[in-house]
Design a protein around this ligand. Structure first.
Ligand code: DON
Length: 323
C-alpha cells in the first residue's frame, strides 16, 4: 500500500498553485475576529490571539508555509491522535477498538455523561481515544518502566512525527495540572469502570503533560504529512508507524476529530482532522498532503475558527476531499 501511495503523483497541482492556495487563505482570514482563546486552562487565555500560521507537507517532502509558522502553542488534544497511534503500535489496533471504542460520543470532549452512556446504555465501549475519557485511557495503555519512561516514549514518538525534538511548555503543564480536577475525576471514573487498569492519577498526569507539548504549524503539518504518507515521515524518511495502522487512526479522526462538530467538518472537507484547544488543527488527505493551521481563538465546540476555514478553503482548492 505504501508503494502505491508513494508512486502516485502527490498532487495534480504545481508547487506554485499550492503556495497560492495557502497565501489566499492566509490573507482571506487574517483580519477575522471571531472566537476566543480557551480560558479554562488559565495560561491559554494569555496566548497571543493573533498567532496565525499555515503549513502543508506533501509526500515528496516539500513544505509550504504562510504566515507565522515559528510561534509555538501547546498541542493539546491533537496529542490524542499520536498517543492512540503509539498504543496501536505497541499493542495492536484491537487494543483501541476493543477496550476504548471507535464511536462518536456526540458530546463535548470532556463529557462525564458520555462515560455513563457508554457503559450503561450500550453495554460496551462506545467511546473513542480522541475525547478526554478515551484519551486518558489510551495514555494509561502506553507501556514503560516508570512514569518518566512512559512520558519519554510518548514525547519521542511525537518528535519522530514532527521530525525534530519536541519539548514541554512547563508553564502550560503547571497551569493545567493546577486546574485539571475534572480530568482527574474522568480518569478515576474510567478506572472505576475498568477502562483504565491501574494508576489513574498517573495516567491523567501523563496525559496532561502530553497536552503541554509545544508545537508550531510546521511541526503539526509534518505530523499530519506523516499520516498522509502511510506512516513514513516524508521529510526525514523515518518509518514512524506501520502503514496498516494509519487508515484505522484516520477513521477515528474522521469520526471524532473535531468532537461534536466532526460531522460538520467532514461535510465541509471530507478530511480526517484533529483540533486542540491551543488553537491548532491538523487534517490529512491520504497520499496528497498533511496540513496544519494554528490560530488560538476557538468556537463554541472548542475548534479554532480560522484554522477550520483556512484548511477547508485550501483543501477544496487542491482537490483534497477523497469523496
Ligand atoms: O484535557 C484538556 O481539556 C486539554 N488538555 C485538551 C482539550 C482539547 O484540546 C480539546 N480540544 N478541542
Amino acid at each position: 500500500a505504501l508503494v502505491a501511495l508513494v508512486s502516485t503523483p502527490a498532487l495534480a497541482m504545481e508547487p506554485k498553485q499550492i503556495q497560492a492556495a495557502l497565501d489566499r487563505a492566509y490573507e482571506k482570514y487574517k483580519g477575522l475576529k471571531e472566537g476566543a482563546n480557551a480560558d479554562y486552562i488559565p495560561v491559554l487565555a494569555k496566548v497571543d490571539s493573533n498567532i496565525y500560521g499555515i503549513a502543508l507537507v506533501t509526500p515528496d517532502g516539500k513544505v509550504y508555509t504562510a504566515g507565522d509558522v515559528k510561534s509555538e502553542v501547546s498541542i493539546q488534544s491533537i496529542s490524542k491522535v499520536f498517543t492512540a497511534a503509539k498504543v496501536m503500535e505497541q499493542s495492536g489496533p484491537d487494543q483501541i477498538f476493543g477496550t476504548i471504542g471507535v464511536d462518536a460520543t456526540g458530546m463535548r470532549f470532556n463529557s462525564i455523561v458520555s462515560i455513563e452512556m457508554s457503559k450503561q446504555a450500550f453495554g460496551g465501549p462506545e467511546m473513542n481515544p480522541l475525547v478526554n475519557p478515551g484519551a486518558i485511557a489510551a495514555t494509561s495503555m502506553v507501556k514503560g518502566n516508570s512514569r518518566d519512561d512512559i512520558f519519554n516514549t510518548i514525547l519521542s514518538f511525537y518528535s519522530d512525527f514532527a521530525g525534530r525534538k519536541l519539548t514541554v511548555n512547563q508553564e502550560v503543564f503547571k497551569s493545567e495540572s493546577d486546574t485539571n480536577q475534572r480530568n482527574q475525576a474522568i480518569g478515576m471514573l474510567m478506572y472505576a469502570y475498568g477502562y483504565i487498569k491501574d494508576n489513574p492519577q498517573q495516567a491523567t498526569d501523563i496525559y496532561t503533560e502530553q497536552c503541554s507539548v509545544s508545537v508550531n504549524a510546521k511541526d503539526l503539518a509534518t505530523m499530519a504529512g506523516t499520516l498522509a504518507n502511510g506512516g513514513l515521515n516524508p521529510v526525514t524518511q523515518k518509518a514512524v508507524m506501520k502503514p496498516d495502522n494509519v487508515p484505522k487512526l484516520l477513521a477515528v479522526m474522521a469520526t471524532a476529530g473535531l468532537y461534536d462538530d466532526s460531522g460538520k467538518w467532514l461535510w465541509r472537507t471530507g478530511l480526517p482532522g484533529k483540533s486542540g484547544v491551543g488553537g491548532g488543527i491538523i487534517a490529512v488527505s491520504p497520499g496528497k498532503f498533511g496540513i496544519a493551521v494554528i490560530s488560538p481563538p476557538l468556537d463554541e465546540a472548542g475548534n479554532s475558527v480560522r484554522a477550520q476555514k483556512a484548511i477547508a478553503d485550501i483543501s477544496n482548492a487542491l482537490g483534497g476531499n477523497p469523496y
